[in-house]
Ligand binder design. Structure first.
Ligand SMILES: *[C@@H]1O[C@H](CO)[C@@H](O)[C@H](O)[C@H]1NC(C)=O
Ligand SMILES: *[C@@H]1O[C@H](CO)[C@@H](O)[C@H](O)[C@H]1NC(C)=O
Ligand SMILES: *[C@@H]1O[C@H](CO)[C@@H](O)[C@H](O)[C@H]1NC(C)=O
Length: 370
Protein backbone atom coordinates (compact mmCIF):
# COMPACT_ATOMS: atom_id res chain seq x y z
CA UNK A 1 0.00 0.00 0.00
CA UNK A 2 2.75 2.40 0.97
CA UNK A 3 4.66 1.68 -2.21
CA UNK A 4 1.60 2.21 -4.33
CA UNK A 5 1.00 5.51 -2.61
CA UNK A 6 4.60 6.54 -3.14
CA UNK A 7 4.41 5.78 -6.85
CA UNK A 8 1.37 7.98 -7.32
CA UNK A 9 2.67 11.04 -5.49
CA UNK A 10 6.36 10.89 -6.39
CA UNK A 11 6.86 11.33 -10.13
CA UNK A 12 10.49 10.19 -9.84
CA UNK A 13 9.53 6.74 -8.66
CA UNK A 14 10.55 4.14 -11.22
CA UNK A 15 12.16 6.58 -13.65
CA UNK A 16 15.34 5.39 -15.33
CA UNK A 17 18.59 7.32 -15.49
CA UNK A 18 18.93 9.14 -18.79
CA UNK A 19 22.63 8.49 -19.54
CA UNK A 20 23.05 11.75 -21.41
CA UNK A 21 25.92 11.23 -23.88
CA UNK A 22 26.61 14.98 -24.27
CA UNK A 23 25.82 18.44 -22.91
CA UNK A 24 25.27 21.56 -24.98
CA UNK A 25 25.27 24.69 -22.86
CA UNK A 26 24.07 28.23 -23.58
CA UNK A 27 24.72 31.07 -21.16
CA UNK A 28 26.93 33.77 -19.68
CA UNK A 29 29.87 33.84 -17.28
CA UNK A 30 27.96 31.72 -14.77
CA UNK A 31 28.66 28.79 -17.11
CA UNK A 32 31.45 30.03 -19.43
CA UNK A 33 34.21 27.41 -19.33
CA UNK A 34 36.55 29.34 -21.63
CA UNK A 35 34.49 30.89 -24.44
CA UNK A 36 35.19 34.58 -24.07
CA UNK A 37 38.71 33.82 -22.91
CA UNK A 38 39.30 31.95 -26.20
CA UNK A 39 38.31 35.05 -28.17
CA UNK A 40 40.96 36.95 -26.17
CA UNK A 41 38.50 39.82 -25.78
CA UNK A 42 38.70 39.27 -22.03
CA UNK A 43 40.82 36.62 -20.39
CA UNK A 44 40.91 35.89 -16.66
CA UNK A 45 44.39 36.22 -15.14
CA UNK A 46 45.72 34.99 -11.74
CA UNK A 47 44.29 34.50 -9.13
CA UNK A 48 41.37 33.25 -11.28
CA UNK A 49 41.45 29.44 -11.34
CA UNK A 50 43.87 29.11 -8.43
CA UNK A 51 41.74 26.85 -6.21
CA UNK A 52 41.18 23.96 -8.58
CA UNK A 53 43.11 24.41 -11.84
CA UNK A 54 46.05 26.21 -10.15
CA UNK A 55 46.08 28.59 -13.11
CA UNK A 56 43.52 30.66 -15.02
CA UNK A 57 41.21 28.25 -16.85
CA UNK A 58 38.92 30.55 -18.82
CA UNK A 59 36.43 30.52 -15.96
CA UNK A 60 35.45 33.60 -13.98
CA UNK A 61 35.89 31.97 -10.58
CA UNK A 62 38.68 30.66 -8.36
CA UNK A 63 37.84 27.16 -9.57
CA UNK A 64 35.05 25.16 -11.10
CA UNK A 65 31.59 26.32 -12.10
CA UNK A 66 28.24 24.62 -11.61
CA UNK A 67 28.63 23.51 -15.24
CA UNK A 68 31.78 21.58 -14.33
CA UNK A 69 30.10 19.83 -11.41
CA UNK A 70 27.20 19.01 -13.69
CA UNK A 71 29.41 17.40 -16.35
CA UNK A 72 31.30 15.48 -13.68
CA UNK A 73 28.16 14.14 -12.03
CA UNK A 74 26.88 12.93 -15.41
CA UNK A 75 30.16 11.08 -15.96
CA UNK A 76 31.22 13.41 -18.79
CA UNK A 77 34.43 15.44 -19.29
CA UNK A 78 34.42 19.15 -18.43
CA UNK A 79 32.75 20.99 -21.30
CA UNK A 80 34.97 22.56 -23.89
CA UNK A 81 34.18 26.03 -25.17
CA UNK A 82 33.01 25.96 -28.79
CA UNK A 83 35.27 28.93 -29.53
CA UNK A 84 38.39 27.24 -28.18
CA UNK A 85 40.55 26.48 -31.21
CA UNK A 86 43.44 24.72 -29.49
CA UNK A 87 43.46 21.02 -28.67
CA UNK A 88 39.74 20.83 -28.15
CA UNK A 89 37.71 17.66 -27.86
CA UNK A 90 33.97 17.96 -28.37
CA UNK A 91 33.11 14.25 -28.15
CA UNK A 92 30.69 14.83 -25.27
CA UNK A 93 29.37 18.27 -26.06
CA UNK A 94 30.25 21.91 -26.45
CA UNK A 95 29.79 25.07 -24.46
CA UNK A 96 28.46 28.15 -26.25
CA UNK A 97 28.29 30.36 -23.14
CA UNK A 98 30.46 33.44 -22.91
CA UNK A 99 31.15 35.96 -20.18
CA UNK A 100 28.68 38.89 -20.27
CA UNK A 101 26.33 37.26 -22.79
CA UNK A 102 22.78 38.55 -22.95
CA UNK A 103 19.56 37.16 -24.42
CA UNK A 104 18.85 40.31 -26.43
CA UNK A 105 21.31 42.08 -28.70
CA UNK A 106 23.25 44.34 -26.31
CA UNK A 107 23.93 47.96 -27.19
CA UNK A 108 27.25 48.13 -25.37
CA UNK A 109 29.62 45.50 -26.76
CA UNK A 110 33.15 44.35 -25.75
CA UNK A 111 35.86 45.58 -26.41
CA UNK A 112 34.49 49.14 -26.62
CA UNK A 113 31.59 48.36 -24.30
CA UNK A 114 30.57 45.93 -21.57
CA UNK A 115 28.63 42.95 -22.96
CA UNK A 116 29.62 39.96 -25.06
CA UNK A 117 29.13 40.16 -28.83
CA UNK A 118 28.07 36.51 -28.52
CA UNK A 119 24.52 36.99 -27.31
CA UNK A 120 22.02 34.13 -27.29
CA UNK A 121 21.07 34.31 -30.98
CA UNK A 122 24.77 34.03 -31.87
CA UNK A 123 25.22 31.12 -29.45
CA UNK A 124 22.34 29.44 -31.24
CA UNK A 125 23.89 30.10 -34.68
CA UNK A 126 27.15 28.62 -33.44
CA UNK A 127 25.24 25.53 -32.34
CA UNK A 128 23.69 25.23 -35.82
CA UNK A 129 27.20 25.40 -37.31
CA UNK A 130 28.54 22.94 -34.81
CA UNK A 131 25.79 20.39 -35.36
CA UNK A 132 26.15 20.48 -39.14
CA UNK A 133 29.92 20.79 -39.50
CA UNK A 134 30.76 18.27 -36.79
CA UNK A 135 28.93 15.60 -38.78
CA UNK A 136 30.54 16.58 -42.09
CA UNK A 137 33.96 16.31 -40.42
CA UNK A 138 33.16 13.01 -38.72
CA UNK A 139 32.46 11.51 -42.11
CA UNK A 140 36.07 12.24 -43.07
CA UNK A 141 36.95 9.66 -40.42
CA UNK A 142 40.38 9.43 -38.78
CA UNK A 143 41.02 11.68 -35.80
CA UNK A 144 37.72 13.58 -36.31
CA UNK A 145 35.76 10.55 -35.19
CA UNK A 146 37.52 10.89 -31.82
CA UNK A 147 37.02 14.63 -31.44
CA UNK A 148 33.38 15.17 -32.37
CA UNK A 149 30.04 13.83 -31.12
CA UNK A 150 28.18 11.05 -32.87
CA UNK A 151 25.06 12.18 -34.69
CA UNK A 152 22.68 10.33 -32.40
CA UNK A 153 24.08 12.20 -29.37
CA UNK A 154 22.23 15.38 -30.40
CA UNK A 155 18.67 14.20 -29.68
CA UNK A 156 19.86 12.36 -26.55
CA UNK A 157 21.94 15.20 -25.11
CA UNK A 158 21.10 17.54 -22.25
CA UNK A 159 20.63 21.17 -23.31
CA UNK A 160 21.38 23.55 -20.44
CA UNK A 161 20.73 27.28 -20.10
CA UNK A 162 21.84 29.93 -17.61
CA UNK A 163 21.28 33.37 -19.09
CA UNK A 164 19.33 36.57 -18.42
CA UNK A 165 21.32 38.16 -15.60
CA UNK A 166 23.17 40.47 -18.01
CA UNK A 167 19.98 41.61 -19.72
CA UNK A 168 18.87 42.90 -16.32
CA UNK A 169 22.33 44.31 -15.60
CA UNK A 170 22.54 46.16 -18.91
CA UNK A 171 19.40 48.09 -18.06
CA UNK A 172 20.06 48.57 -14.36
CA UNK A 173 23.67 49.66 -14.75
CA UNK A 174 22.86 51.60 -17.90
CA UNK A 175 20.43 54.44 -17.93
CA UNK A 176 17.20 52.61 -17.06
CA UNK A 177 15.17 52.64 -13.89
CA UNK A 178 14.03 49.32 -12.43
CA UNK A 179 10.53 50.03 -13.75
CA UNK A 180 11.89 50.53 -17.27
CA UNK A 181 13.83 47.28 -17.06
CA UNK A 182 10.69 45.45 -15.92
CA UNK A 183 8.82 46.65 -19.00
CA UNK A 184 11.41 44.87 -21.18
CA UNK A 185 11.35 41.58 -19.28
CA UNK A 186 8.50 39.97 -21.28
CA UNK A 187 10.45 40.67 -24.49
CA UNK A 188 13.69 39.31 -23.02
CA UNK A 189 11.89 36.12 -21.97
CA UNK A 190 10.15 35.86 -25.34
CA UNK A 191 13.51 35.98 -27.13
CA UNK A 192 14.73 33.24 -24.81
CA UNK A 193 11.72 31.05 -25.71
CA UNK A 194 12.34 31.52 -29.42
CA UNK A 195 15.85 30.12 -29.01
CA UNK A 196 14.60 27.13 -27.04
CA UNK A 197 12.07 26.42 -29.81
CA UNK A 198 14.73 26.71 -32.50
CA UNK A 199 16.97 24.26 -30.65
CA UNK A 200 14.02 21.88 -30.20
CA UNK A 201 13.33 22.11 -33.94
CA UNK A 202 16.86 20.80 -34.51
CA UNK A 203 15.97 17.69 -32.50
CA UNK A 204 16.86 18.61 -28.91
CA UNK A 205 14.52 17.05 -26.33
CA UNK A 206 15.95 17.48 -22.81
CA UNK A 207 16.18 21.04 -21.50
CA UNK A 208 17.56 22.11 -18.11
CA UNK A 209 16.93 25.81 -17.55
CA UNK A 210 18.33 27.83 -14.64
CA UNK A 211 16.46 30.92 -13.51
CA UNK A 212 18.47 34.00 -12.58
CA UNK A 213 20.11 34.62 -9.20
CA UNK A 214 19.61 37.31 -6.55
CA UNK A 215 21.61 40.05 -8.30
CA UNK A 216 20.79 42.44 -5.45
CA UNK A 217 23.19 40.45 -3.22
CA UNK A 218 26.22 40.95 -5.51
CA UNK A 219 28.93 43.43 -4.41
CA UNK A 220 28.66 45.00 -7.88
CA UNK A 221 25.03 46.00 -7.31
CA UNK A 222 25.48 46.75 -3.59
CA UNK A 223 28.39 49.10 -4.34
CA UNK A 224 26.72 50.79 -7.29
CA UNK A 225 23.49 51.38 -5.38
CA UNK A 226 24.74 52.12 -1.87
CA UNK A 227 21.49 53.77 -0.85
CA UNK A 228 19.09 51.18 -2.31
CA UNK A 229 16.75 49.58 0.23
CA UNK A 230 18.32 46.56 1.98
CA UNK A 231 16.52 43.40 3.09
CA UNK A 232 17.20 41.73 6.44
CA UNK A 233 20.33 40.01 5.07
CA UNK A 234 21.81 43.16 3.54
CA UNK A 235 20.86 42.50 -0.10
CA UNK A 236 19.50 45.32 -2.28
CA UNK A 237 15.80 44.48 -2.33
CA UNK A 238 14.60 46.33 -5.46
CA UNK A 239 17.24 44.54 -7.55
CA UNK A 240 16.29 41.14 -6.21
CA UNK A 241 12.65 41.99 -6.90
CA UNK A 242 13.41 42.61 -10.56
CA UNK A 243 15.31 39.29 -10.74
CA UNK A 244 12.29 37.56 -9.23
CA UNK A 245 9.98 39.21 -11.73
CA UNK A 246 12.21 37.90 -14.54
CA UNK A 247 12.02 34.43 -12.95
CA UNK A 248 8.24 34.64 -12.68
CA UNK A 249 7.98 35.48 -16.40
CA UNK A 250 10.51 32.77 -17.28
CA UNK A 251 8.47 30.18 -15.40
CA UNK A 252 5.33 31.26 -17.26
CA UNK A 253 7.18 31.02 -20.56
CA UNK A 254 8.30 27.49 -19.70
CA UNK A 255 4.71 26.42 -19.02
CA UNK A 256 3.89 27.66 -22.52
CA UNK A 257 6.97 25.97 -24.03
CA UNK A 258 5.81 22.63 -22.61
CA UNK A 259 2.54 23.06 -24.50
CA UNK A 260 4.25 24.16 -27.71
CA UNK A 261 6.98 21.51 -27.63
CA UNK A 262 5.13 18.32 -26.66
CA UNK A 263 8.13 15.99 -27.02
CA UNK A 264 10.39 18.06 -24.79
CA UNK A 265 11.31 17.41 -21.16
CA UNK A 266 11.84 20.93 -19.78
CA UNK A 267 13.14 21.36 -16.24
CA UNK A 268 12.98 24.80 -14.62
CA UNK A 269 15.64 25.08 -11.91
CA UNK A 270 15.26 27.61 -9.11
CA UNK A 271 18.86 28.74 -8.75
CA UNK A 272 17.62 31.95 -7.13
CA UNK A 273 16.42 30.22 -3.97
CA UNK A 274 19.59 28.19 -3.54
CA UNK A 275 21.85 31.20 -4.05
CA UNK A 276 19.70 33.29 -1.71
CA UNK A 277 20.08 30.70 1.06
CA UNK A 278 23.83 31.45 0.97
CA UNK A 279 22.98 35.02 2.03
CA UNK A 280 20.18 34.19 4.48
CA UNK A 281 21.88 31.28 6.28
CA UNK A 282 25.61 31.36 5.40
CA UNK A 283 26.80 29.96 8.75
CA UNK A 284 24.48 26.98 8.53
CA UNK A 285 26.20 25.97 5.29
CA UNK A 286 29.74 26.75 6.40
CA UNK A 287 30.14 30.12 4.67
CA UNK A 288 31.01 33.61 5.89
CA UNK A 289 30.91 37.23 4.67
CA UNK A 290 28.62 36.41 1.72
CA UNK A 291 28.21 40.04 0.64
CA UNK A 292 31.95 40.77 0.51
CA UNK A 293 34.10 40.01 -2.53
CA UNK A 294 37.01 37.68 -1.79
CA UNK A 295 39.12 39.17 -4.59
CA UNK A 296 38.50 42.89 -4.98
CA UNK A 297 39.42 46.24 -3.58
CA UNK A 298 37.76 49.06 -1.72
CA UNK A 299 34.59 50.09 0.03
CA UNK A 300 32.47 48.07 2.43
CA UNK A 301 32.01 45.21 -0.05
CA UNK A 302 35.69 44.93 -1.04
CA UNK A 303 34.71 45.89 -4.56
CA UNK A 304 35.16 48.75 -7.01
CA UNK A 305 33.93 48.53 -10.56
CA UNK A 306 37.15 50.07 -11.91
CA UNK A 307 39.50 47.61 -10.15
CA UNK A 308 39.39 44.01 -11.36
CA UNK A 309 40.36 40.93 -9.44
CA UNK A 310 43.88 40.17 -10.68
CA UNK A 311 44.81 43.81 -11.28
CA UNK A 312 47.84 45.56 -9.81
CA UNK A 313 47.04 49.02 -8.50
CA UNK A 314 49.05 51.80 -6.99
CA UNK A 315 47.86 53.06 -3.62
CA UNK A 316 49.75 55.85 -1.89
CA UNK A 317 52.78 55.13 -4.04
CA UNK A 318 52.97 51.41 -3.38
CA UNK A 319 51.81 48.61 -5.67
CA UNK A 320 49.06 46.30 -4.50
CA UNK A 321 48.07 43.07 -6.21
CA UNK A 322 44.32 42.45 -6.05
CA UNK A 323 44.49 38.78 -5.13
CA UNK A 324 42.46 36.18 -3.33
CA UNK A 325 41.25 36.43 0.26
CA UNK A 326 42.68 33.92 2.70
CA UNK A 327 39.98 31.26 2.60
CA UNK A 328 37.96 31.25 -0.63
CA UNK A 329 36.65 27.82 0.45
CA UNK A 330 34.35 29.48 3.02
CA UNK A 331 33.39 32.43 0.83
CA UNK A 332 30.40 32.94 -1.42
CA UNK A 333 31.46 35.77 -3.69
CA UNK A 334 34.70 35.59 -5.63
CA UNK A 335 35.19 38.86 -7.54
CA UNK A 336 32.12 40.97 -6.84
CA UNK A 337 30.05 39.36 -9.59
CA UNK A 338 30.89 35.65 -9.71
CA UNK A 339 30.64 32.88 -7.15
CA UNK A 340 33.51 30.90 -5.64
CA UNK A 341 34.06 27.25 -6.49
CA UNK A 342 32.86 26.40 -2.97
CA UNK A 343 29.57 28.23 -3.56
CA UNK A 344 29.19 26.74 -7.03
CA UNK A 345 29.61 23.25 -5.60
CA UNK A 346 27.10 23.97 -2.85
CA UNK A 347 24.56 25.24 -5.38
CA UNK A 348 25.10 22.30 -7.72
CA UNK A 349 24.71 19.75 -4.91
CA UNK A 350 21.35 21.34 -3.99
CA UNK A 351 19.93 21.59 -7.51
CA UNK A 352 21.09 18.21 -8.80
CA UNK A 353 18.64 16.39 -6.53
CA UNK A 354 15.59 17.95 -8.16
CA UNK A 355 14.52 19.59 -4.88
CA UNK A 356 14.57 23.02 -6.55
CA UNK A 357 13.22 21.93 -9.91
CA UNK A 358 9.88 21.98 -11.64
CA UNK A 359 9.10 19.13 -12.25
CA UNK A 360 11.04 17.87 -9.18
CA UNK A 361 13.21 15.31 -10.93
CA UNK A 362 16.97 14.91 -10.43
CA UNK A 363 19.48 16.00 -13.07
CA UNK A 364 20.23 12.39 -14.05
CA UNK A 365 16.56 11.85 -14.94
CA UNK A 366 15.88 15.15 -16.66
CA UNK A 367 15.09 13.47 -20.00
CA UNK A 368 11.67 12.27 -18.85
CA UNK A 369 8.68 14.20 -20.04
CA UNK A 370 6.38 13.74 -17.04
C1 LIG B 1 38.23 12.88 -26.77
O1 LIG B 1 37.59 12.56 -25.55
C2 LIG B 1 36.95 11.30 -25.54
C3 LIG B 1 36.20 11.14 -24.23
O2 LIG B 1 36.93 11.55 -23.14
C4 LIG B 1 37.99 10.20 -25.75
O3 LIG B 1 37.36 8.95 -25.78
C5 LIG B 1 38.71 10.47 -27.07
O4 LIG B 1 39.72 9.51 -27.28
C6 LIG B 1 39.30 11.86 -27.07
N1 LIG B 1 39.88 12.13 -28.38
C7 LIG B 1 41.19 12.22 -28.59
C8 LIG B 1 41.63 12.43 -30.00
O5 LIG B 1 42.02 12.14 -27.69
C1 LIG C 1 47.10 56.92 2.00
O1 LIG C 1 47.79 57.84 2.78
C2 LIG C 1 46.96 58.72 3.53
C3 LIG C 1 47.85 59.74 4.21
O2 LIG C 1 48.91 59.12 4.88
C4 LIG C 1 46.14 57.92 4.52
O3 LIG C 1 45.29 58.79 5.26
C5 LIG C 1 45.32 56.91 3.77
O4 LIG C 1 44.60 56.08 4.68
C6 LIG C 1 46.21 56.05 2.89
N1 LIG C 1 45.35 55.21 2.07
C7 LIG C 1 45.44 53.90 2.07
C8 LIG C 1 44.46 53.17 1.20
O5 LIG C 1 46.27 53.27 2.68
C1 LIG D 1 39.52 41.92 -0.25
O1 LIG D 1 40.33 41.69 -1.38
C2 LIG D 1 41.71 41.59 -1.08
C3 LIG D 1 42.47 41.55 -2.40
O2 LIG D 1 42.55 42.83 -2.92
C4 LIG D 1 41.94 40.39 -0.22
O3 LIG D 1 43.31 40.25 0.09
C5 LIG D 1 41.15 40.55 1.06
O4 LIG D 1 41.30 39.40 1.87
C6 LIG D 1 39.68 40.76 0.73
N1 LIG D 1 38.96 41.08 1.95
C7 LIG D 1 38.06 40.23 2.47
C8 LIG D 1 37.39 40.65 3.71
O5 LIG D 1 37.81 39.18 1.97
Amino acid sequence: MLLLFASTVNPVFGLKKCNFPAIFNFGDSNSDTGGLSATSLKTPTPPYGETYFHKPAGRFSDGRLMMDFMAKSLGLPYLTAYLDSLGTNFTHGANFATYASTIRLPTSIIPAGTYSPIYLDVEYSEFVQFKFRSQVLRQKGGIYAYLLPKGYYFPKALYTFDIGQNDLAEGILGDMTIEEVSVYIPDIVNKFSINVKNIYNLGARSFWIHNTGPIGCLPLILTTFLSAQRDSYGCAKPYNDVAQYFNHKLKEAIVQLRKDLPLAAITYVDIYSVKYSLYSKPKEYGFELPLIACCGYGGIYNYSSSIDCGATITVNGSQIFVGSCERPSVRVNWDGIHYTEAANKFIFDKISTGAFSDPPIPLKMACHNI
